[in-house]
Design a protein around this ligand. Structure first.
Ligand code: GLU
Length: 426
């Protein structure tokens, strides 16, 4: 099939779905609202450093395959840059850049001593053996070793990367450094200096945001009707936490579709099915589509899957009182405006998903001290950090009369802009 020549409207449409463009738009608005001159935006619209690497790996068929990888360091005025590395066939330079800006915003919102960084390798881990994955992981670290390190830029897990991959990367870096260096990377297995609570940290952070948002809207989480789109790391742990907290999880979904039961789904059973079969919804007959799931009558809607799910086409049909973005970029800017005009409280991704990097920070602190905390200590500290971040964003939205996304960006850029100014960069 020959694709139609894109029209202006199609281009405009693409721009709306372009994560880098929409991130830059809100960063610009936030800096304007805060009264910063244009050169601050000029500095912040792109990463200060971007590295592209080519990684040769001997595959299981004995042939060499060359992988492309990226590492973006958005702004290191506040401290070393920090952020995950994703393994995905769709990784692109543009996406990695946008994600590094988001990491700067997250660090600013929860007040961590970091700037944002992000990395990615164009590959499909679902089609690679364990040995090939190890080769790509080690090759990536060798390729970027000059610009990363515990006081420069600290990687972590992201889409399709996990604690095993962090362990290989840590081992490779320690070999290059010639000493054991756990603070180079976070999200490691516990036995290699990982932190308690890192695996569930993103979902815990989202849970805390839901609790805070529910208080503002006078909703009791116990008995509240919750819909979660996505049943991956964030979505499935979150559904479990909500279920254990007494909420009624009435809808969940994965890539194959959604399940709906107005009386509440049996989350423990669904998790068990998922763990046994790898998927859930395709095991059932009466499924609904992901589009229908987003429009279910509920109190709390959590998009925890992929980008651009709530758009100007369906934002008018969202029936939730609170929308909490556990995924990155699930709501377009037009949809953000529509939800906000309709009085729906939107907790934006850069705030809601900051639990992961917060516990990563705790892991790095523990590595630096060589002194390890209990799970309770981690949870208690996470609770304080996220509540403070939420309050700051909520207060900014109220006092400056802006939507929660713009408020989050205002809080997120402020420290970085100040630090850049004090350093004499702008
Ligand atoms: N990849 C996660 C994020 O996007 C975690 C980053 C980190 O732990 O440094 O927030």
């Amino acid at each position: 099939m020959v694709a139609d020549k894109p029209t202006d409207t199609a281009n405009e449409q693409n721009d709306k779905l372009d994560v880098l463009k929409s991130t830059q738009t809100v960063v610009k608005k936030a800096l304007d609202k805060l009264g910063y001159p244009d050169e601050v935006y000029e500095l912040m619209k792109e990463p200060v450093r971007m590295m592209t690497v080519r990684i040769p790996v001997r595959m299981d068929n004995d042939k060499i395959k060359i992988f492309t990888g990226y590492r973006a360091q958005h702004n290191d005025a506040v401290g070393p840059t920090k952020g995950g590395v994703r393994f995905h066939p769709n990784v692109s330079e543009k996406e990695v850049k946008a994600l590094s800006i988001w990491m700067s915003l997250k660090a600013g919102i929860v007040d961590l001593p970091y700037g944002g960084g992000k990395g990615g390798i164009v590959c499909d881990p679902r089609e690679m053996s364990f040995r090939e994955l190890e080769g790509v992981s080690r090759g990536y670290v060798r390729a970027i070793s000059q610009i990363v390190g515990p006081t420069k830029d600290i990687p972590a897990p992201d889409v399709f990367t996990n604690s095993q991959i962090m362990a290989w990367m840590m081992d490779e870096y320690s070999r290059i450094d010639e000493f054991n260096n756990p603070g180079f990377i976070t999200g490691k297995p516990l036995v290699l200096g990982g932190s308690h609570g890192r695996e569930t940290a993103t979902a815990k952070g989202v849970t805390i945001c839901i609790e805070e948002a529910a208080k503002k809207k006078g909703i009791n989480v116990e008995g509240a009707r919750v819909v979660v789109q996505g049943f991956g790391n964030a979505g499935s742990f979150l559904a479990k936490f909500m279920h254990d907290r007494g909420a009624k999880v009435i809808g969940i979904s994965d890539a194959y579709g959604g399940l709906h039961d107005p009386d509440g789904l049996d989350i423990d059973y669904l998790l068990d099915r998922r763990d046994s079969f790898g998927t859930v919804t395709n095991l059932f007959k009466n499924t609904i589509t992901n589009e229908e799931l987003l429009e279910l009558d509920c109190d709390i809607l959590v998009p925890a899957a992929i980008e651009n799910q709530i758009t100007e086409d369906n934002a008018h049909n969202v029936k939730a009182t609170i929308v909490v973005e556990a995924a990155n970029g699930p709501t377009t800017l037009d949809a953000t405006r529509i939800l906000s005009e309709r009085g729906i409280l939107l907790v934006p991704d850069v705030l809601a998903s900051s639990g992961g990097v917060t516990v990563s920070y705790f892991e790095w602190v523990q590595n630096n001290q060589g002194y390890y905390w209990t799970e309770d200590e981690v949870e208690e500290k996470l609770q304080k950090v996220i509540v403070k971040g939420f309050d700051n964003v909520y207060r900014t939205a109220e006092t400056r009369r802006v939507d929660m996304r713009l408020a989050a960006y205002m809080v997120g850029v402020r420290k970085m802009a100040e630090a850049s100014r004090f350093r004499g960069w702008i």
